[in-house]
Design a protein around this ligand. Sequence first.
Ligand code: SF4
Length: 507
Amino acid sequence: MTKLLYQGVENEIDATSAICNKTPGAPSPEFHAWDSADPKLKEECGVVAIHGHLDAARQAYLALYALQHRGQESAGIATADGLHLANIKGMGLVSEIFTDDVLAKLPGTMAIGHTRYSTTGDSALLNAQPIRVDSTKGLIAIAHNGNLVNLGNIRARLEREGAYFQTTSDSEIIVQLIAHSKSSTLVDAIADSLSQVDGAFSIVMMTRDRIFAARDPRGFRPLSMGRIKNPGGPDTIIFASETCAFDLLRAEYLRDVLPGELVMVTGDGVTSRQYSTGVQQTSCIFEHVYFARPDSRVFGRWVQESRDEMGRQLARESGVPADVVVPVPDSGVTAALGYAEESGIRFRLGLIRNHYVGRTFIEPEQRVRDFGVRLKLNPVHNLLEGKRVVLIDDSIIRGTTSRKIVRMVRGAGAKEVHLRISCPPTISPCFYGVDTPSKRELIAANNSIEEIRRFIEADSLAYLSLEGLLKCCDGVEHNGYCTACYTGNYPTQWVDVEDILPAAATL
Ligand code: SF4
C-alpha cells in the first residue's frame, strides 16, 4: 500500500489520509531489496519548480521522473493557483505515487516538487517534501536538496522563540527562520533566513502566488533555470536540480542559479538578488564523478565530458597492458569508454546489470545479502574468458562489493583483473547531503592502496589522482570544487568534528 499525505487538497481542507493505488498483493514500494546491499553512496534528493504552466503538476511530475536517480525513497508535489496551495507526497517512486487521479488533485499554474533519499531527519512520510508550513508570512512550501550543518544552535533558538516544528527535517528550519524573521517583506525574510544557515542547500519555495529558487553561497548542489516559450504568452519558467529534466519538458536551459543567489518568479517576471557574496565556491565534485546523469550539464559543464575525461586521465596515469576494458555498469560506463579510447584497448560490456532488481526482488534482508552482487550484475563469460581485464568503477566505499565484482570477473574466466577507479580514494564522510558511511567503514580511510588491492583480490589497483580529477572537471584554475571526501578538508566550519575524530585517530 502506498501511503500519501494530502495537505491543502480540496478547498484547503488540511487532511491526512492514506489511499491504496497499487494492485492488491503487489510488492510494497517501501521495501527495496537491493538497497540493503547497495554499496553506492546516495544523493539526498532532486528538486524542481514550475511557474506559468496550465498543468504545472504534470510538468513537475515529468521533471521529477527525470530526476528519479537522485532519490527513490519518497516524492512530493505542491501546486498553487493564486489562492490555494495543495501538497501531496508519498513513499516510493514518482510514478507509483503520482497516478493520473492523484495529479488531478493538484490544480494550479505553479508547482514545486521533490524526490528524496533522506540523510537528515528520519525517513517517515512526514519528512518527505515539499514541506508546507502555515507561517506568519503566509503559506509556504519548500523543497530542499542538501544538508545544513549548523542545525542544533538554530533549532534550539527558534524553539526558545516559540517555533513549533512539524518535522525533524533540516529543511523546515529555513521556513521557521522565514516565519520568525523581523524583515517586513517575504523576499527580505527569505534572504535574511538563508544568510543565517550554513551548509548545502539548493532550494525551491512557493507561496500562493510566487516561486523562489536559491543556492547556498558555496554552491554545493546544482540548480539550473530553464524556460518553455509559450506563443503569445509569458514563458514557463522552470528550475531543476539537473538539466536532464529540461529535456523531457522540451525546455531550454537558460543558466545556473548562482551560488548565493535568490531568484523570484511572479506574474510580472523574473527578478534576482545576491543575498551573499565573497564566499569561495565549493561545488560537489562527486556530482561529476557519480551522482548526476551524464546527459546533464552541472556547474556549467557536461557530466559526460567530465567522466569521459576521467577515464582518459586514468589511462594516462595508470595504464596497464590488457585485452579488454570493462565498466562496472551503469556509472562506470562513460569513464570506461574514455579509458578505452585513450589506451587503445577494446571496450566490452563484460558485466550486465539487472535494472529491475531493486523494485521487484522481494526477499528477507539476509537472503538478499547472500545473493549479494549477483542479483544486480552478471558476467558475460565469452567476453571475459582468458582475457586480461581492466575493470572501471567510480568508487570503492567499504571494499566488499568491489571484491565480489573482482571475484565474479575472475570466476568468469578472466586471466587478470586490474581495477581502476575514476576518482581518488574516499577517506572522509560527507556532511553536505550525501549519505556516506562513517570514516571507520571507509576502506580507504584506514588502509593503504596495496592493502585495499589485497582485500579486493585484484591483480592491480589504481585511483585517479586529485589533480587529475580537478583537471577533468575543469577545476584547476577555478578551484571551485569541494573535494572533502577525498581530502578531509571541509569548506565549512560547522562540520560535526566529533563524528570524524574516532576514525581520524586511526590514520
Ligand atoms: Fe561532494 Fe564529497 Fe564534498 Fe560531499 S564531501 S559535497 S560528496 S565532494
